[in-house]
Design a binder for this molecule. Sequence first.
Ligand code: NAD
Length: 518
Amino acid sequence: MTVITRTEPEKVTRLREGVAARGLKHFVGGEWVDALGGETFETLSPIDGSVIARVARGDAADVDRAARAAKEAFPAWRDLKGTERKKILHRVADLIEARADEIAHLETLDTGQAIRFMKSAAARGAENFRFFADRAPEARDGLTLPTEGFLNYTTRTPIGPVGVITPWNTPFMLSTWKIAPALAAGCTVVHKPAEWSPVTATLLAEIMHEAGVPAGVVNLVHGYGETAGRALTEHPDIHAIAFVGETTTGSHIMRQGADTLKRVHFELGGKNPVVVFADADLEKALDAVVFMIYSLNGERCTSSSRLLVEDAIYDEFTARVAERARSIRVGDPFDPATEVGPLVHPRHTQKVASYFDLARQEGATVAAGGEVIEGNFVTPTLFTGARGDMRVSQEEIFGPVLTAIPFTGDAEALSLANGVRYGLAAYLWTNDLTRAHTFAGGLEAGMVWVNSENVRHLPTPFGGVKNSGIGRDGGDWSFDFYMETKNVAISLGTHKTARLGVGQAQPAKDAADRKLAE
Ligand code: NAD
């Protein structure tokens, strides 16, 4: 059995000492504060289970304090010139870049993600801020919609204080993806990060404060979903909830937000297909298939976790995926050569590992991996010979686990691709132009990549259909969520208003009315 050797770099030891000494507090109204009830919980490193820090455990009272701070700060932030918000948000990006190495190392410590991926995730956090900073001055712009006798124009105004609830996977990057557009739009924010990976949310709050985001504009409350998260979704001063997480949690949030009619934006689970036709560039397809399931430990919403391969090439293609999976370097996530690190938490490892036995029970073959090495380290896994209706083909496993299913012809491929409750991303490999267009059109997914892995372009819409989400992020779509649109209709003075109350009285009716009144 492979034994994982761990060598925490000295700089990480120093960084974690700093985090442990300070503890992770809430950040409310520009101040670092303990939970009002004084409660804390521990955040553990998935690498060895060691305690990283004690974290303030927020509840409804802490959320209320943060929501009130966000409400108070809202008018001034809303009214600040877009060009000023732009400058501040660019400073946030500068500071993220300056501290990218620290962010990446603490993210690896807290989530187990390999350092090679966390460095680019930190850089992407800065890019998110720059992208929305540049759009802040135009966020309020609307449309001109002239019609006969009228000029209509629309304007947008920020919706108010919003709640941002983020998951444990790539938490820093995902938090910036939600918070940057909210701030650019002119909203104030209460952020509730995931309880399994709260460390870098603290860094982000620190950076935003240092960059000049005014007190109360961004507030951070740590805590569990069922208490702090729930209170945020129910708070009357919070106008919208941007949520990234599991599909079932999305349903809870919708129910919890019903009484206060919350606007919601959901980025939820996925079981994304990658469809490989025999006519594709199979070398490139192989690289992309392996990358999109085993990078980021497979703990990635857009991972392609179902491999659908045309029957003529199924055996050979899956044999090559299995060979690659067996050669992936699992190990110490601080080692720059490591490709797969430990999964985020023992509970998640247990969940992922439960699918190893399930696959065998369902009649699939474990062609690679299928083992827990030790602790939270699992082997990159491939199930072959699966059918579309098996649980390993239907459920989001959210680990380095790929299920391969053969298909015959376009119709079967499409029916398998669409035959799950999710619809976030889909990947298609073919060199047949007509098939590419037709198939992409038929895929039930919010995002389709043809002959490519997930390559993001920030102005394009990001989001899912079916059980994978509601709403889109990216470009102007983010502003649509964080802002209200108002239409102003101005008459050019030429239209005729129907005139009531200017006709002759009707005697017969008047007489009848008088009689009734008597
Ligand atoms: P999760 O739903 O368990 O938790 C996400 C967040 O919601 C956490 O902060 C948690 O504390 C909070 N939460 C839990 N219950 C709550 C409640 N009742 N009310 C309010 N908040 C509550 O998800 P997770 O396990 O942290 O993350 C993994 C999931 O996220 C996967 O399903 C993955 O696909 C999904 N995800 C989706 C996208 C996307 O863009 N579609 C991106 C990343 C992750």
